[in-house]
Design a protein around this ligand. Structure first.
Ligand code: SAH
Length: 240
């Protein structure tokens, strides 16, 4: 349970390295996750090895879509963070980033706050609430270099939830598995409405986690109109 061999094998391919202190943070995060899972249902993944690969390493693939070296103070919003993915692994591996975790469920944000405290992370803000409402706060709207999300909604819904947080010139990076063409095609209208433009679909090299994973990278090219996102629940219920 102490080693992180599966994580470390993949890191080289992502051009990331961990100090002993960062390895300790990942180990502790895994413990807290497995422990917290017994009380609250945080994640379906309970095998320690799978936490390393399917949570930690998968989250870290977002680094493939970041400017390198990652600038100090680079701001990231993780929308629908759940138990902290992809945001917290990114923060552990790249401590110079400033991270906001947006999550609707109180039980999950309580866990996130606990992890942040136990790992001694600074520059992390945990926000309890729905993205539709958070995106209307002046200090959060168009305030981030990157918005990211994993396993929260289909792409056309995610455009409406994530792009309002991005600065013009920033980007949304969305983790996706499997065939994407239909989903990307269906997101074209939402993308344009929110002020985005598809920059690329970046495949994750199959050596990292096996095949069929990709990052959908969207550039924010113009401000999101004030009417978006629509009321809570509408982006998912009536996707554009
Ligand atoms: N990103 C995490 C969690 C995925 S589960 C991971 O990949 O492991 C989806 C999470 O998104 C849930 O915790 C849910 O509460 C949250 N969520 C869904 N819609 C949301 C919204 N509109 N605003 C904020 N959080 C949302």
């Amino acid at each position: 349970m102490g080693t992180l061999e599966h994580l470390k094998a993949g890191l080289r391919l992502l051009a990331l390295e961990l100090s002993p202190g960062q390895e300790r943070q990942f180990t502790l995060y895994r413990e807290l996750l497995l422990e917290g899972n017994q009380r609250a249902n945080l994640t379906a993944i309970t095998d320690p090895q799978e936490v390393e690969t399917l949570h930690f390493l998968d989250s870290l693939t977002v680094a493939l879509a970041m400017p390198r070296p990652v600038p100090s103070g680079y701001t990231i919003a993780d929308i629908g963070a759940g138990a902290g993915f992809p945001g917290l692994p990114l923060k552990i591996a790249l401590p110079q980033i400033e991270l906001a975790l947006v999550e609707a469920t109180v039980k999950k944000t309580a866990f996130l706050r606990h992890v942040v405290e136990r790992l001694g992370l600074t520059g992390v803000t945990v926000l309890t609430g729905r993205a539709e409402e958070m995106a209307r706060r002046p200090e959060l709207r168009e305030a981030f270099e990157m918005a990211t999300a994993r396993a929260v909604a289909e792409l056309r819904t995610l455009m409406e939830l994530a792009l309002p947080f991005c600065k013009v010139g920033g980007r949304a990076v969305l983790l996706k598995k499997g065939a994407l063409d239909d989903e990307v095609g269906a997101a074209a209208t939402a993308l344009q409405e929110m002020g985005g433009r598809l920059a690329q679909i970046q495949p994750v090299p199959s050596e990292v986690l096996g095949g069929s994973r990709a990052l959908v990278v969207v550039e924010k090219v113009s401000p999101t109109p004030d009417r978006y996102p629509r009321r809570s629940g509408v982006p998912a219920r009536r996707p554009m």
